[in-house]
Structure formats: C-alpha cells, structure tokens
Design a protein around this ligand. Structure first.
Ligand SMILES: Nc1nc2c(c(=O)[nH]1)N[C@H]1C(S)=C(S)[C@@H](COP(=O)(O)O)O[C@H]1N2
Ligand SMILES: [Mo]
Length: 449
C-alpha cells in the first residue's frame, strides 16, 4: 500500500471526488460500486483505527474518517486548522467561534446535553456591533407604531407591571443552522448543528402588548428593530431588521423577554430586552429591542428580500446563478435531531455491546413525532424514547440504546421526523446561495476497543 499522505478526512475536504474513488473504488458519481471493499476498506480501517463491521452499508459521498485526527499523517503545516474557541466573559470555553466581526459562536452538540441550555453555553449571533450594556434597564423604551390605534413608547419597567409575565422554555435557532453541510459551500457563517439553544425565557406576550396598542385591520407584517450599531458604525445603516406576518406575530407564545434562565438577560443575548419568536429563524427575534413597527406591507428591512433568509421555490442548481423570482422567506425551521452524548470520536472499552445515547430534537413550528437511531449506516433503525415538549416551541429530549455486534468503528446516526411526517435527509438538499434549511442527519463516530 502506498504511503498515506493525507488522512482520508483531509482528502475528503479538498478532493471529495478522489476521496470517494479511493474509498469506494469509483471514478464518477454514476458508476460507483457503492461498496467499501478491498484496498479502500483496508485504508479506511487503518485510518479509523479499527475494523468497520458495517462497511458494506457505507454510502459513498459521506465522510467516514474520524479518529484519524489523532495521528495526522501529513506534516503539521499541512494539517487542517482546528477550531477557535470562544473567550468571552460568562461564556463556556467550549463554544466555537465561527465569525469574529461580527462575533458569532456556535455550541458543539455535546454542550447541548442539558435539558435547558445554560446561558454560558448558549450560541451567539451578531450582525452588527455589540452595544454597551445599559445601567437602568427599566428605563429602556420600546416603540410600537405603524398600523396600530394607539402608538406607544413603553418603558421596560412599565411593561413588567402592566402585563402578565410568563416563563417558557423555547428553542432559538439561527436560520443558517446546518449551513456547513451544503456542497458547494453556501455564503455565510459556517454553522454545523450548533446555532441553537433552548432556554427558559421570561417576558410578556407580544400579543398582549399589541392588543393594548390595537392592531388595525390594515396590518400585514411586523418590522423589528434593535439598538445595535451597524458594523460600519454608520448610524444611517441598520445591522438587521426582520419581521413576520401578523398572524405569526400574534402567536401567544411570542415573548418580549427580559430574563433568560431566571436571570436578567445578558447584554450579549440582547439585554435588557429582546424578542423571542418560536420556531422561525432566530433573526426575527430581535435583540436590544427598541421598536416593533406594524406595517401595511411585507417588511423591507435589512435582511428581508433577495436571497436573505430565503429558500428556493423550485430547486436550483447548486452553485448556480439565482433567479430573484425563485425565492420565498424561510418560515418554520426544519426538523433536526442531534446526539448530545456520547460525543463524536468517543473511544469505548473493548467488549462493550451497548451504547446509551442522549439527544434533542425540534422542528420549528411543529412537534417531533419520532426520533430514530442507526448504528449500521441506516440499514436498520431503532426508535428513541422522545419526551414531550414542556410547552409549544420547546425542544424534545430523547434517549436510546444501540446494540453493537462486535468491537470496531461505528457511526451512530439520528434522524428526527416531525408531526407532518417530514424526516431529516441523509444529505443537505435544496441548495440555496445563502444556505438555509440544511438539516441532514447528525452522525457521531465511536470506536469500540
Ligand atoms: N438587534 C439584533 N437582533 C438580533 C441579531 C442581531 O444581530 N441584532 N441577530 C439575530 C440572529 S441572526 C439570531 S440567530 C439571534 C441570535 O441570538 P443570540 O445571539 O442571543 O443567540 O438573534 C437575532 N437578533
Ligand atoms: Mo441567525
């Protein structure tokens, strides 16, 4: 066997076509054999450090490598760059920075193992600058104007006493979560599965406040504004301003929030006050909220229109030129399931024949009907025990046990199915230029023995 110059993972990273050919003995996508065998199997076994009992089921086009990272065959200079971990006051050092300016950091799946995501572990997504924290939170004001009978400017202190506070656990997920799974690479922050968290939010219902303002029949859409300066510092420009149709806005679960996990909302998460709109891209949940503008037409703020937070109407050629007419807003987030324990790359003692799994699953506006797990590349699936959501827009924790026939290298896959019967695909489909809606199954790799 020729000497290995690159790990199979590196090869997949820079030349997936050739990597597949090496591993699966194929030249093009059409005439692939679809089986891992012979020299390919031996090379792969060597790369992962164990035999691969379910190799015959391994589909082409999926990166099988793994623990190969422990022993890079390439010189250090050529080795792939590792993640940059976040160093931010009050934040877990395990968060991974995926953007510096503006600051964006995701939460690796094992850090999402808590039923309720602790604030330290909650992902960060900014589009503009991070504003200075305010001293007197209760004096912060929010303007409600546009298509309402009684436009108002209400102080947070007043909001807290005039309306009834509620506490709910709800998922907040970035619209681009999963973007890194697209091929070719889509434009934007390369989220894997970590642009998500599920916290306990305390605030008042958006609907209660809007009923007090009196929404006019002419109301069509909302436009949300926050106090964060544009990245350029230009005060005429807005960092982000998105909105939702009035029907979605009036969902009683939407909150104007000043507490996260029982503590005053941190500045980095939009404190003193933000919106939390369940099930839809996180970008509609404005941080540092200072205005809800009720509009008589679809909002046209920063981050609306074009290909921003939008998916295709009819599928387009990946990497192709977008037709501006072919896009619609991404609304409900797609179903996703993640394995939060064990973590990817876990080594398990020889002789272990059962692995206990924990995870979470959520599906935008929908409930999760079912979560299945597989340890044989999807040949057989086993149902997980899925908990009920605490309230609408909560995620659902699940547990499962998978049986392994022998020592060796395995991939464990999880697949969520929503209440509409829509399940996660094997690979990210329906490519779009800014990379929304990628929700392929999550896979973790374990080595037994
Ligand atoms: N004012 C303001 N609100 C905002 C943003 C922003 O940049 N500015 N980012 C949005 C996006 S894209 C997401 S995914 C969530 C992230 O919230 P978090 O940083 O608290 O996790 O906030 C949303 N609200
Ligand atoms: Mo986002």
């Amino acid at each position: 066997m020729a000497k290995i110059e690159r790990t199979i993972e590196e090869l997949y990273a820079d030349d997936p076509e050739r990597a597949d050919a090496v591993a699966f003995g194929r030249k093009t996508g059409v005439d692939r054999r679809g089986f891992l065998g012979g020299a390919g199997l031996a090379a792969m076994g060597a790369a992962v450090g164990g035999s691969i009992p379910f190799a015959a089921n391994m589909p082409g086009g999926l990166i099988p490598a793994a623990m190969a990272q422990d022993k890079p065959a390439a010189p250090a200079a050529a080795a792939p760059k590792g993640p940059t971990y976040l160093d931010f006051p009050g934040k877990d050092k395990g968060l991974v920075v995926i953007g510096e300016k503006p600051l964006v950091a995701e939460t690796p799946e094992p850090l999402l193992d808590d039923d309720t995501t602790p604030t330290e572990k909650f992902f960060i997504r900014n589009n503009g600058q991070i504003p200075e924290p305010v001293k007197d939170a209760d004096k912060w004001t929010i303007k409600i104007d546009g298509e309402v009978d009684k436009p108002m400017e209400i102080a947070l202190g007043e909001l807290k006493t005039k309306f009834t506070p509620v506490t709910q656990r709800m998922v907040l997920e970035c619209g681009g979560n999963g973007r890194a799974f697209f091929t070719p690479q889509a434009r934007g922050n390369q989220w894997t599965n970590g642009g998500v968290g599920c916290a306990e939010w305390t605030g008042v219902r958006v609907a209660d406040v809007l009923k007090a303002a009196g929404v006019k029949p002419s109301a069509v859409f909302s436009g949300h504004y926050g106090a964060d300066p544009h990245l350029s510092g230009d005060s005429a420009r807005v960092a982000i301003s998105r909105g939702v149709p009035i029907k979605k806005l009036m969902d009683e679960n939407n909150l104007i929030v000043w507490q996260m996990n029982g503590k005053p909302l941190d500045n980095i998460h939009g404190g003193p006050v933000r919106l939390v709109i369940g099930g839809w891209p996180g970008s509609v949940s404005a941080k540092w909220l200072n205005r809800i503008w009720i509009r008589d037409k679809v909002h046209d703020g920063q981050g609306m229109g074009g290909t921003s937070y939008r998916v295709t109407v009819k599928p387009m050629v990946p990497g192709g030129k977008p037709d501006p007419e072919n896009f619609k807003d991404l609304e409900s987030m797609p179903v996703r399931s993640i394995i939060t324990a064990p973590s990817d790359g876990t080594k398990i003692p020889a002789g272990t024949r059962e692995v206990k799994l924990r995870g979470a699953s959520w599906a935008g506006d929908h409930d999760v009907k079912q979560v299945d797990v597989s340890a044989d590349y999807g040949a057989t699936w086993h149902p997980a025990q899925v908990e009920k959501p605490k309230n609408k827009y909560d995620w659902q924790r699940w547990t499962a046990t998978v049986k392994l026939p022998s020592d060796g290298y395995y991939e464990i896959w999880t697949r969520g199915t929503d209440s509409q019967g829509v399940a996660q695909p094997h690979v990210a489909g329906f490519w779009n230029p800014q990379g929304y809606g990628a929700n392929p199954m999550h896979r973790v790799r374990v080595l037994v023995g």
